[in-house]
Design a protein around this ligand. Sequence first.
Ligand code: ZN
Ligand code: ZN
Length: 623
Amino acid sequence: MIRFYTTSAKPFHSDHYYRLVPLIDSCKSMQQIKQTHAQLITTALISHPVSANKLLKLAACASLSYAHKLFDQIPEPDLFIYNTMIKAHSLSPHSCHNSLVVFRSLTRHSGLSPNRYSFVFAFGACGNGLGVQEGEQVHVHAVKVGLVNNVFVVNALIGMYGKWRLVEESQKVFQWAVDRDLYSWNTMIAAYVGSGKMSQAKELFDGMQERDVVSWSTIIAGYVQVGCFMEALEFFHKMLQIGSKPNAYTLVSALVACSNLVALDQGKWIHAYIGRAEIKMNERLLASIVDMYAKCGEIESASRVFLEHKVKQKVWPWNAMIGGFAMHGKPDEAINVFEQMKAEKVSPNKVTFIALLNACSHGYMVEEGKLYFRLMVSDYAIAPEIEHYGCMVDLLGRAGLLEEAEDMISSMPVAPDVAIWGALLNACRIYKDMERGYRIGKIIKDMDPNHIGCHVLLSNIYSTSGRWNEARMLREKNEISSDRKKIPGCSSIELKGTFHQFLVGDRSHPQSREIYSFLDEMTIKLKSAGYVPELGELLHDIYDEEDKETALSVHSEKLAIAFGLMNTAHGTPIRIVKNLRVCGDCHQATKFISKVYNRVIIVRDRTRYHHFKDGFCSCKDYW
Ligand code: ZN
Ligand code: ZN
């Protein structure tokens, strides 16, 4: 341990200065920093602001506690040194309180005056993990010393209140600011986006005189965050039209939008654009491309892109690939990627195991699932979280091991949530375990009396087993007790870059007449191939998802599929996104359509992803 040199600084020799200062820059390890530090002490250069600040900056990156000790031993730190320390502590949520300790010693004991940087870093610290009270104190201080109108300080204040979701406070600072720059506008938009206030964000964005890639990226990411994927893509196209060049961050958002819309054409275009515009590939971007192809049903393309690119030191692309194989019901391939990842010494994280357990679940690989669940704890010290238990309950439930699934829930160290019980209830519905289903339904009702999914599943269990009266009673009781709004079923399909949306029983589409006569023909064809409409779930579906008056044949996904069949070349896959869960009858009908019309049909519903081919679905009728 080095004794820090504190008192009676002797004058240093300039030769030492010119020899040692470059040496500080060349330090590569903590060991070298300590050696250089010792030399600075023996030559008295530690009291020279330039060398002290240089070493401090370097030490702060390697070890913040070491840097702080160094700081404490500098005889008379100047403002730069104080600011370096305030900044270094502000970056981590664990040490940002130290940032304010240094800030206070600067303002109270140093005899120096804080400058705009001191405030910018202090506000950064407050936003990164301190309370509103501390932030307001610093804010008052900035007013006192007359720096509150400085544009740097203004921007830091907008950002700090934005991080706390105190968007009205951000807005006040923004509106009253004497001086504003592009960064102020961007930070204010980010504050709105962070609070999910997209209409205000858009209003401000529209009013901007000048926009840069950050402005565009922020608004696009905001729309993705609130699930408005079409708006996100609209803004992305506007951005390109005016000639602004997106960066990797913008492209990740646009690709996430494509994945969620199952918009393969646009996703492909973005992938090609990345190559054309020579955007530097990084792991996040690669992961979004892989994810986009997988979610649009093109697992081969996903795998090809994954293999093509070498930027795979971080976990994200691996997770995307494992997740992709999982959703396509290819557990062996998913496990393969995991093994490869181990070989390349990329550490898996909790998301990797969620994907892996999902893969086992989709492949009915109970033993493998159990193995990885154990491995996660023993080899990687990742404590299973509620999502991992959810996967295990799904895995066991899917395999019909309802007893074991229930034991798994009882053995959880964390309290089970409604979703986990819901997964088991769903398994009870599929395996028609009435008694257990009823018991679990009651548990869920006790936890959340207004839980919609539970009532739906329970009423479904009743109706599929013909207990119509109980189902109806439950429905009526629920309608009285809950004031929830009915969400209409809505499906969309992308055709040459344009989205066509269909609501249940929709007749507003220009091709509506053709669609309905096509549907009539289709039903006849399907019936002659052996399709029997599933009335068991009629009650559930009408009750929960689509309008009471409508018949099975006009559910929104059927309209979208018919439209797709009519408007695309024979053999082209059809991709549909539905906002609600696909009902049993539509699922059954789509399986027949895939066979009769010889088409691959990909349906992404609220909870799962279905890949229909030759009369079968990748979910193996479990969803
Ligand atoms: Zn349906
Ligand atoms: Zn399915």
